[in-house]
Design a binder for this molecule. Structure first.
Ligand SMILES: NC(=O)c1ccc[n+]([C@@H]2O[C@H](COP(=O)([O-])OP(=O)(O)OC[C@H]3O[C@@H](n4cnc5c(N)ncnc54)[C@H](OP(=O)(O)O)[C@@H]3O)[C@@H](O)[C@H]2O)c1
Length: 315
């Protein structure tokens, strides 16, 4: 375990200077993504706030500039539920020739009560949380490899523990169960991040991939997804002050993985408190299904087929 992560109670004051680094945070207009973007910008990174809504993005940017005067930040239009949007952003970015030091795969939706689909016809949770980020990462590899030492941080969840990659009905077309679909998408995030790291190490790549989870953090994902009538969401609301953590604290695993010199590729970072619900960043053991390398390879191939994005060599 990285000593810095566990014993010294890692916090934002320990973020090293980020000046000269380019960072992209998806879903940066609220919650954990906003807090991660804010702290990266506060520490000198040039931060791209990837947002599906330009107006929400601009409101977040205004707030960020107030909270971190002088920050270098801008909004970029990026809808993770649209491969055309992902491709347009990534191709434009790679076209500038600029390196990308930090990619924070954060945007997400949770437990949508009825089955919805993305622009491309994917089930919305699997499509947004996993496929969109799979495609984005693959398309941004050329920019990530231009950086001296790039990091890809992918936000998974405690929910991966209940997840199963249901290859027979990956997108809940036969039977849609909102939480099962979320759990699967978050397991997919974790398996993707670990498989990316394995591939990167095999290629002696400069890129490292680090999966994280925020514990449970009181963000708008609960009201936006399951809504106020969902039993789990009601429980979360009631227990929140006792058991859960702020969105600032929920961003700490992401920020640790993105910036700490002690963070290692392939380590799974989450809060160190009771049941990993809250606390300071520490290394955590993923559930066995996340470590199934054959399933991860299969998921990778399926994701390539579905998105049409084939990763280029990682070095
Ligand atoms: N909060 C928790 O306890 C918890 C626990 C485990 C994991 N997570 C993970 O943490 C990540 C961040 O969630 P959060 O808790 O911070 O919730 P949040 O405040 O609702 O943030 C989610 C962000 O994702 C964005 N988003 C959703 N669909 C998008 C799309 N198609 N394209 C681009 N952006 C999109 C949202 O934008 P809009 O405002 O436009 O909707 C929002 O900015 C998610 O991946 C979630 O699964 C959260």
């Amino acid at each position: 375990m990285a000593a810095e992560a566990s014993s010294a109670k890692w916090n934002v004051a320990m973020i090293p200077p980020q000046a000269g680094k380019m960072a992209l945070v998806t879903g940066a207009n609220s919650g954990i993504g906003y807090q991660a973007a804010l702290e990266l910008a506060r520490h000198g990174a040039h931060v791209l706030l990837g947002c599906r809504s330009a107006s929400k993005g601009l409101t977040a940017l205004e707030r960020l500039r107030k909270e971190a005067p002088g920050a270098q930040a801008e909004v970029v239009e990026l809808d993770m539920a649209s491969l055309a949007s992902v491709r347009a952003f990534a191709e434009a970015y790679v076209g500038t020739g600029a390196p990308l030091d930090l990619l924070i795969n954060n945007a997400g939706v949770m437990a949508l009560p009825t089955r919805e689909t993305t622009v491309d016809g994917f089930e919305r949770q699997f499509g947004t949380n996993h496929l969109g980020h799979f495609a984005l990462t693959g398309l941004l590899v050329p920019a990530l490899l231009k950086a001296d030492a790039s990091r890809v941080v992918t936000v998974s969840s405690l929910a991966h523990r209940n997840g199963k990659i249901n290859f027979d009905d990956l997108q809940g077309a036969k039977k849609y169960v909102p939480w099962d679909q979320y759990n699967e998408s978050k397991l997919a995030n974790l398996m993707f991040a670990l498989e990316l790291e394995r591939r990167a190490r095999k290629s002696a790549s400069k890129l490292v991939s680090i999966p994280v989870h925020p514990g449970v953090s009181t963000t708008s994902i609960f009201s936006n997804g399951p809504g106020t009538k969902d039993l789990k969401a009601i429980m979360v609301g009631l227990l929140a002050p006792l058991l859960f953590q702020s969105e600032e604290a929920g961003a700490l695993p992401t920020l640790y993985a993105a910036t700490s010199p002690a963070a290692r590729g392939g380590e799974y970072i989450g809060p160190d408190g009771f049941q990993a619900l809250k606390g300071a960043p520490a290394v955590e053991q993923p559930r066995p299904q996340a470590l199934d390398e054959a399933a991860a390879k299969k998921l990778w191939t399926v994701s390539e087929d579905l998105t049409g994005v084939v990763f280029p060599p990682l070095s």
